[in-house]
Each structure stands twice: as structure tokens, then as C-alpha cells.
Design a protein around this ligand. Structure first.
Ligand SMILES: [Zn+2]
Length: 63
């Protein structure tokens, strides 16, 4: 059990680093929640995605 705790902390840090690194959001990307329609809409590129409780981490703009 004493060995597991540092490993768990390391895993959490690794996860945070990876999730931050994996984001492709740019400064132009502005996700706005549209509760009425139950979706998120990007004010910058107009992309829409179903509301999953949190704003998307990626811009869905087609490059
Ligand atoms: Zn966008």
C-alpha cells in the first residue's frame, strides 16, 4: 500500500500532463454552452458538439 501511493500520484501527474498536451484548443477557439439546444458551439469556427457536461478539448474545425 505504501508503494502504491507514489505510483498513483505519478499516474495522476502523467495523466494531467498528457491531457494538457493533447489539447488542440487555440486562443481563437471559444466554446459556448447552449443549454437550450443541449450542445456546445464554438464561437470562432461554428463547430457544434453534443453537450457532455464539459466543453470539448479540441477545436472541431476542419483543417
Ligand atoms: Zn473552434
Amino acid at each position: 500500500m505504501l508503494l502504491l501511493l507514489p505510483l498513483l500520484a505519478l499516474a495522476v501527474l502523467l495523466y494531467l500532463w498528457l491531457s494538457r498536451r493533447g489539447s488542440t484548443l487555440t486562443r481563437q477557439c471559444l466554446w459556448r454552452q447552449n443549454r437550450a439546444r443541449g450542445l456546445w458551439r464554438c464561437a470562432a469556427c461554428g463547430a457544434e458538439t453534443p453537450d457532455a457536461g464539459r466543453p470539448p478539448r479540441h477545436c472541431l474545425r476542419k483543417s
